[in-house]
Design a protein around this ligand. Structure first.
Ligand SMILES: NC(=O)c1ccc[n+]([C@@H]2O[C@H](COP(=O)([O-])OP(=O)(O)OC[C@H]3O[C@@H](n4cnc5c(N)ncnc54)[C@H](O)[C@@H]3O)[C@@H](O)[C@H]2O)c1
Length: 291
């Protein structure tokens, strides 16, 4: 799908990858862009930027983890532009740590990184199926195809996001619904800071994206490996990721891999899971030794 003359909605649109998608869609001639974010002021600033480039945009303050907010977002998009052609369900957070991470933080990341996509599918699929066309783009991560050293909640929720995207592609593909799943490695964004803000009610003050551990659990240690693993193959800009998404949409390709190495890693993982696990243990040890 070419986004020219299409209506696009992007959650997490105030910052990072979402902001870059909003601007790229506008520059490519989208008929309308709905910038949605829990940071309402940030969303308004991006919508202003789009309008200053002569394109149409509205901003909506939304917590993507809340179903009522997502329903209201879809209604607002229909009200403003009459339809939704492309919905990028992109909002996400990261929590460092392993099984010791507090249940409240596990719940919050699950709500944002997984349930938000469920809410989006519920909100937009009826109208898309009725029209016989529509495009869902779910932002997962390379962590959803491989793993995330130093963050069990991120690895688990991003795997779930990939699974949901696959399920939607299989289930609705014959009814005209296209699905892509965006799986980058490291991208220069505000993910660390915005995640801490989203976890503010439960995060340890001054912590590194973690949360109070559950009593009686064994800490998994090295939270710093989160960023060190992700940046092994280089760090992309959000604008570079947006270019990959535009290309992926044009090709209507399910997996959008801004870091092409991820395809090789995924193939190796599928070919020999034990060898892949041993390799990941070696990588974890090497990154820990280098820190
Ligand atoms: N940065 C990376 O290295 C990287 C790599 C792979 C995948 N991702 C994924 O990309 C997506 C975008 O993240 P980013 O890196 O651009 O980070 P970012 O923090 O710059 O942008 C994320 C945006 O999502 C918003 N947001 C957070 N929780 C929200 C909620 N509940 N409802 C609505 N908006 C919410 C934030 O306010 C922020 O504007 C996330 O799903 C993230 O997991 C990021």
């Amino acid at each position: 799908m070419d986004v020219a003359d299409r209506v696009a909605v992007v959650t997490g649109g105030a910052s990072g990858i979402g902001r870059a998608l909003c601007l790229a869609f506008a520059d490519r001639g989208a008929a309308g862009v709905v910038v949605a974010d829990v940071d309402g002021d940030g969303a308004a600033a991006v919508a202003d930027e789009i309008r200053s480039r002569g394109r149409r945009a509205v901003a909506v303050a939304v917590d993507a983890a809340r179903e009522a907010d997502v329903q209201a977002l879809a209604a607002r998009a229909h009200e403003a532009f009459g339809r939704i052609d492309v919905f990028c369900s992109n909002a996400g957070i990261i929590v460092a740590g392993g099984v010791e991470v507090h249940d409240d933080a596990w719940s919050r990341i699950w709500e944002i990184n997984v349930q938000s996509h469920v809410h989006v599918a519920r909100a937009v699929l009826p109208a898309m199926v009725a029209r016989g066309e529509g495009y869902l783009v779910i932002t997962a991560s390379a962590a959803g195809l491989l793993t995330q050293l130093g963050s069990a909640p991120y690895a688990v929720t991003k795997h779930a996001a990939v699974a949901l995207a696959e399920w939607l592609a299989i289930t609705y593909g014959e009814r005209g619904i296209k699905v892509s799943c965006l799986c980058p490695q490291a991208v220069t964004t505000n993910l660390g800071a915005t995640s801490l803000r989203e976890l503010a009610d439960i995060a340890v003050p001054g912590g590194s994206g973690g949360s109070p551990p559950r009593a009686g659990t064994v800490p998994s240690g090295d939270a710093g490996s989160v960023s060190r693993q992700a940046s092994v193959d280089g760090v992309l800009t959000a604008d570079e990721v947006a270019v990959s998404v535009i290309e992926g949409l044009l090709a209507e390709r399910f997996l959008i891999l801004p870091h092409p190495e991820v395809a090789t890693y995924e193939r190796r993982r599928a070919e020999d899971r034990d060898r892949w696990l041993a390799g990941m243990r070696r990588l974890q040890a090497r990154l820990a030794a280098e820190s």
